[in-house]
Ligand binder design. Structure first.
Ligand code: F6P
Length: 343
């Protein structure tokens, strides 16, 4: 019987509550008890949070966000990080951690695991760029939200004979852009894995218009970058506790460049955090529930130092270090299929 400390770290994601519900429901059946740390690693450092019971997790399956709150706190930025985490766990009697998070949260989990802490991690990111699992929950919901937005932008672009640039999330990987772009019939998709040439983008749009189409949709990942020397961009320069630059705004620069270079009226929309909000799709509820239940089973088996993962159609556990070994880039074959429909 374990006393499990659960936390959600990094950006929130539709499906986090479904994971929490899954872990608690199965964990209680297996005889475990739970403490929910609030606001990610910040809660662990301060022993802040509350008991998590089956009662408390009732009705949260379809709810977006996380009932535990989240933060981008990095405990390893503090002095004596390990001692402070251990003290935080001991104060509330926790002997196992189930952190739910992306590469930053899993990086902390992996260091703690190496130091002897019992950890079973659950991978989370709407970007779907975590290695070791085929998909992460939240991704499918983000793709659906972005696709719905692209559908709507299509009709207004068509009415006004405009080019519309839609910026979606995706810091290092173009999974959301490529999937939503394909589903929404985008004419150009720009992703971080393939630096773009603005001249080629404009040529594609011109060619499309010369063939009689009067509007175009360009989907761009927030992390997409121009080929060196082809277009100037201005980042925010702000970074978070894990050193990541705050992204967002490439669409503003593309709007200006496309309009100036082609002469076609251009508008842009940045979808931003709307992609992370609200209820998860049925697919994400199911994936998150399966992850949560498997995490509880892994604790019962004593399968520590692991992360639950989707491999094909199976839920398995893999070493948590595996998730950190690479960044999961967009599959080139997938992008080539999307390219068939470019202008
Ligand atoms: O990692 C998920 C993500 O949504 C990225 O796509 C995005 O760059 C980042 O989080 C935004 O983070 P924040 O909510 O802290 O601004």
């Amino acid at each position: 019987m374990a006393r499990i400390g659960m936390l959600t770290g990094g950006g929130d994601c539709p499906g986090l509550n479904a994971v929490i519900r899954g872990v608690v429901r199965k964990g209680v059946q297996d005889g475990h008890s739970f403490f929910g740390f609030t606001y990610g690693w910040a809660g662990v450092l301060k022993s802040e949070g509350h008991e998590l019971t089956v009662e408390e997790t009732k009705g949260i399956l379809p709810r977006g966000g996380t009932i535990l709150g989240t933060s981008r706190t990095n405990p390893y930025k503090e002095e004596n990080a390990l001692d402070r985490v251990l003290a935080g766990m001991e104060k509330v009697g926790v002997d196992v951690l189930v952190p739910i998070g992306g590469d930053d949260t899993l990086g902390v989990a992996s260091k703690l695991s190496e130091a002897g802490v019992n950890v079973v991690a659950v991978p989370k990111t709407i970007d779907n760029d975590l290695y070791g699992t085929d998909y992460t929950f939240g991704f499918q919901t983000a793709v659906q939200i972005a696709t719905d937005a692209i559908d709507r932008l299509h009709t207004t672009a068509e009415s006004h004979n405009r080019v519309i640039v839609v910026e979606v999330m995706g810091r290092h990987a173009g999974w959301i852009a490529a999937h939503a772009g394909m589903a929404g019939g985008a004419d150009v998709i720009l992703v971080p894995e393939r630096p773009f040439d603005i001249d080629e983008v404009c040529d594609r749009i011109r060619r499309r218009h010369s063939l009689g189409r009067s509007f175009s949709i360009v989907v761009v990942s927030e992390g997409a970058v121009p080929k060196e020397g082809t277009m100037s961009t201005h980042g925010s320069g702000q970074t978070d506790a894990f050193g990541h630059v705050r992204l967002g705004g490439i669409a503003v620069e593309l709007e200006r460049e496309i309009e100036e270079r082609t002469g076609y009226e251009t508008r842009m929309t940045i979808l931003g955090h709307v992609q992370r909000g609200g209820t998860p799709t049925a697919y994400d509820r199911v994936l998150a529930t399966r992850f949560g239940v498997e995490a509880a089973r892994a604790v019962t088996r004593g399968d520590f130092g692991t992360m639950v993962a989707l491999r094909g159609t199976e839920i398995v556990t893999v070493p948590v270090t595996e998730a950190l070994s690479h960044s999961k880039e967009l599959d080139p074959a997938f992008f080539e299929t999307a390219e068939v429909f470019f202008g």
